[in-house]
Design a protein. Structure first.
Length: 131
């Protein structure tokens, strides 16, 4: 049977900006998944680098040239930030799994804390690596 009230239904929440405002907890959850995928791709990059080192000097020079270029440096900084974000947000999820921090205000504050900790730890790691 045809649905005669099809036009009266609410719009789907995926229509960002029109109906649904993206919440910080939703954004941090999405970014946790994105950084997980990014870290997996970074793991493949590490395996490629190790295989090239085991294969010979020509193979290693190729991948090392890519990784030490300015673009490779940006990728490495991005992977470092993804690693710290994934770690900090994972700790946040462990706290949630223990049954704490579900209140709306606390969940939002912990989301901001994860973002701030990610930035601080990334910068501190870069300082420690290059000083």
């Amino acid at each position: 049977m045809a649905d005669v009230n099809r036009g009266n239904r609410p719009l789907s929440p995926f229509m960002l900006g029109q109906v649904y405002r993206l919440q910080l907890t939703s954004l941090t959850s999405l970014m946790h998944r994105v950084t997980g995928v990014g870290l997996t791709l970074g793991g493949f990059l590490l395996v490629w680098w190790l295989l090239a080192a085991a294969t010979g000097p020509e193979s290693f020079a190729f991948i090392d040239g890519i990784l030490t270029s300015w673009l490779g440096g940006l990728v490495m900084i991005g992977l470092l930030a993804a690693l710290w974000y994934h770690f900090c947000n994972g700790v946040r999820h462990l706290v949630w799994d223990a049954g704490y921090g579900y209140e709306i205000g606390v969940a939002e504050q912990s989301g901001y804390a994860v973002i701030a900790a990610t930035a601080a730890l990334t910068v501190l790691t870069l300082i420690a690596a290059f000083v």
